[in-house]
Design a protein around this ligand. Sequence first.
Ligand code: PLP
Length: 442
Amino acid sequence: MPTNMISKVLEKAVLPLDVAPPVKKGPASRTSVRRNPNMERLQNGYLFPEISMRREAHEKKYPDAKVISLGIGDTTQPIPSIVTSAMAEYSLALSTPEGYQGYGPEQGQKSLRKAIADVVYPNMGIRDTEVFISDGAQCDIARLQMMFGRDVTIAVQDPTFPGYVDNGVIMGQTGPAAVDEESGGSRYAGIEYMRCAPENAFFPDLSRVRRTDVIFFCSPNNPTGHAASRDQLRQLVDFARRNGSIVVFDSAYASYVSGDDKPRSIYEVPGAREVAIEISSFSKFAGFTGVRLGWAVVPDELLYADGTRVARDFDRVVTTCFNGASSVAQAGGLACLATEEGRAAVARVVAGYKENARVLVDTFQALGKEVYGGDDSPYVWVRLFPGRRSWDVFAEILEKTHVITVPGSGFGPGGEGFVRVSAFNSRDRVVEACARLTSFLA
Ligand code: PLP
């Protein structure tokens, strides 16, 4: 075909610019850009920014009040110096010609991948090449959802950490949200919500769960604090194997598990390598919420229906959307794991938070409240006033005691009626918060 004819054909094939329906501009907008409809679909603000706004408003109202936050699950205690010294040393070396390093491998430094495989997953057959270092579990959730794409169906625990659902909504995996009649909370069409409540030992009745492509499962759970038993996780893995689903197991709180009867990793369960990805984090284990470091394990045996290795696609996403975790943070991560001294130092901080959780549980128990969690988790899940809505309870606690909690309904309809109380604070503040709660609730 002569070139001028080709350009005629192409000219016709190009859609005229005015083909998109005209977008009505808002009052201050200078653009005609259509908002992503999936963003419109997201309900309210993200839970934690909403709580921060309410805290700010409360502090304006009561400028002299000493607000104690047992809300947002942010760590508060200093990072052990063995870890920060390793980061400082690494940083200083960056100022020298010999110590300078630029981009590292996108998947993370070999030494850290190996330390995670050896120390976090002993005898579980995890290879260092299956560990992908990241800037945190939250970011891995988004990258995994991007990898799965818009056409997968997902299941989540109810209540659940909001990141799995919100990233699914942004990807377009769901329909619109509708109000749940019973709880007043909202549910997105297309998501399978697996109720996890005291009545079912915080584990769903899988015979009544609809099959989905991906199942997000967090244990120890945020927000309920429940750590799944070995038998429960075995049921989950069997369910995924029977249905050909992929489990994304979030073990961000694994270091809080007490004793050996509850698994710290999904790979403690036989058969998990063929159906499960695990995401985890240094945030709650080493106080890295600000430093930012996490990892995902994608086993070689985990395959899509067409036989493609899931790890191959995850690697592609990681190399395309992320250029690797900060090398300084990775030096710190290595210091947490590589020596007995480092491991003991971070374990002491976790033990301190666990002791706080015990103080909280004891307080609520002494007040005769229905309380869960705290044994294997920094979170305590409590029903303070049966029959009342979580946001009302949150507001009343804040008003009367200046203590911030998190309303359970923010984690899904199944959380309605509960509040989550976090053990992330100093012992003094936790004790002070307990004294205030006791004088209000007794
Ligand atoms: N997963 C769960 C269950 C969490 O509770 C959190 C943070 O609170 C995250 C992931 C995010 O962790 P990161 O700080 O590693 O992004």
